[in-house]
Write a protein that binds this ligand. Sequence first.
Ligand code: ATP
Length: 137
Amino acid sequence: GNRTFTMIKPDAVEKGHIGGIIEQITASGFRIVAMKMTQMTKTDAEEFYAIHKERPFFGELVEFMTRGPIVAAILEKDNAVDDFRTLIGATNPEDAAEGTIRKKYATSVGENAVHGSDSDENAAIEGAFHFSGREMF
Ligand code: ATP
């Protein structure tokens, strides 16, 4: 697939890292198909992260993802899902490779600066969750 979905999470927005992160994404060859600043409601976050609802960190994750604005985007590139997950690095910034977005900007395994879809199927579902057809270019 050639598209993925990302969010710049509330921690990175709060710390003023929107510009740095978008610069690294576009410099790495991703084209921005759709992008907006928005804030998820509790209901939105519970639905978006429904797959994690039995995990011990679910409440913390919903609380974190709704505490402030995010930047949501759909990105286009060959091999988008895998290449984007390489660009962002491991979930836990302590394990993230040097130069990755999470190594540079994440604070912890929970507050890890960015989201990246884990499959083509989820990229399509997550993109459609945040954007209508008229918001995609
Ligand atoms: P994402 O789905 O955000 O790209 P990921 O696929 O790297 O992240 P997942 O294991 O799917 O990681 O977890 C989803 C999100 O839940 C993580 O990005 C992180 O914000 C949060 N999370 C994961 N593990 C923990 C944990 N142990 N404690 C707190 N929050 C966590």
